[in-house]
Design a protein around this ligand. Structure first.
Ligand code: SF4
Length: 110
């Protein structure tokens, strides 16, 4: 990731966001801190992705607590078909905060 890359933070419901919302404040800050700033981070909410999905270098999806398995598999299939990497809030936050090495150590993965 580098300055100017577009990142989509995708929430699958339209809940009322808070002042320090994790999707609109915390994750964008942590991601920009990681790459040195300049990412173009946008947020979508609801069951449909934006029509310009091909423009994004990464999709970070919420926990999808309002979706069933079938709906989430479809949400994953759309970016996969377009070759767009996708992760979710929890995995990304763990990565950005350096949790991976400790979490993977019991499995012998460095
Ligand atoms: S995790 Fe649940 S409440 Fe939060 S944005 Fe996603 S669907 Fe909505």
């Amino acid at each position: 990731m580098k300055a100017g890359d577009k990142v989509l933070i995708a929430e699958s419901c339209s809940h009322h966001s808070q002042d320090d919302d994790i999707a609109r404040v915390k994750i964008p800050k942590w991601l920009n801190d990681k790459v040195g700033g300049g990412l173009m981070i946008e947020t979508s909410a609801g069951r449909d992705y934006p029509e310009n999905l091909e423009e994004y270098k990464l999709i970070v999806h919420c926990g999808a607590c309002t979706l069933n398995r079938r709906e989430m598999l479809l949400r994953q299939a759309v970016p996969a078909e377009k070759g767009i990497p996708m992760t979710n809030f929890g995995v990304l936050i763990s990565y950005l905060h350096g949790v991976f090495p400790r979490a993977l150590k019991p499995f012998g993965i460095e």
